[in-house]
Design a protein around this ligand. Sequence first.
Ligand code: CMC
Length: 391
Amino acid sequence: KGMFTYDPGFVSTAACESQITYIDGAAGVLLHRGYPIDQLAEHSDYLETCYLLLYGELPNADQKQHFVSTVKRHTMVHEQIRTFFNGFRRDAHPMAVMCGVVGALSAFYHDSLDISDENHREVAAFRLIAKMPTLAAMSYKFSIGQPFMYPDNSMSYSENFLHMMFGNPCEASTISPVLARAMDRIFLLHADHEQNASTSTVRLAGSSGANPFACMAAGIAALWGPSHGGANEAVLEMLEEIGDVSRIDEFVARAKDKDDPFRLMGFGHRVYKNFDPRAKVMKEAADEVLAELGIENEPLLAIAKRLEQIALEDEYFIEKKLYPNVDFYSGIILKAIGIPTSMFTVIFAVGRTVGWIAHWHEMISGSYRIGRPRQLYTGHAQRDFVPLDQR
Ligand code: CMC
């Protein structure tokens, strides 16, 4: 209408150019810097994929070793941040805590706040990738009243995360390689997804010149909602609500009912109108983990499997091209690993941090303008003020 395009939900508006990630939703293709996600999931690991997203190329052996050791140098958080946690209620949602503590990093790392300095920007990226698992695990430990675990840099990124989540200071952690690999895959499969709601939020916040830590806090807030990253938690809650395989039909019928706002969580995607390629890998990983742990018949997982089957064969879901998405299967794997449901979205945030920072960095390094959408005003026309005694 008139001077600009009206596009609620940004269904058909490109807000930037980017060289990081390519998605063809109709074909079910996802490429990072040109590499297909399934190849990365099979042959790469999370930190190598971080390097790829940030620098544009896969690292050689020396570059990889240097990158991994630099990340490890930054895994600890300032001791003062520990006291910051004590200000929260123990029953606070870990995502609420994360919104606060990640934003608070800007109060601690003054040598990475100057966005015009390439060095500052790079150190901020390292700090965020390195510290997110530490803060995530701290938000969990705080919620259950256990002592915070310091990172163990002799471990891989994902082993160390599981160590900080489930370890305690009284004994050495033993981390199952199967679970560490599954964890690493979850981080990798969440690493980036071009201009999704949280990444767009990070870009928009960054476009005003805000510091990277503050921008990440904005991304975390946007991720929290159940239509986005909060879906993995919502999937498990839904499976619990369904409760028994015999009740699946009832919930599927509700999802199809136009008058019922209920949606099957973990199904559908704005961009993918075909199987989400991440969901394919995640599904294989889920099968692998459940088989390794011998828990294929765990009741919630049995409901998930049956629901997947029913939805894939149902006319409504076929016609609307609603496939299980990445959050459907990641929820199942995280549950199998023993991660509490309230931490699911936090784990998504840990994995997505590199995507947020890569997009932020891409924007800041090039030419950009402040993001400032327009609107269609639908309110009152001009009118005269009415004094209080005449209203
Ligand atoms: N269950 C039942 N019906 C659905 C669902 C669902 N999960 N998703 C979409 N539909 C229907 C919807 O009712 C609409 O029907 P109609 O055209 O008759 O009005 C049609 O499909 C299109 O839906 P939409 O809401 O216009 O699509 P959107 O692109 O705006 O929303 C979505 C995409 C992911 C928010 C939505 O599919 C959804 O709410 N899914 C459940 C939540 C979820 O799993 N989110 C995770 C997304 S993947 C990872 C991430 O981003 O974090």
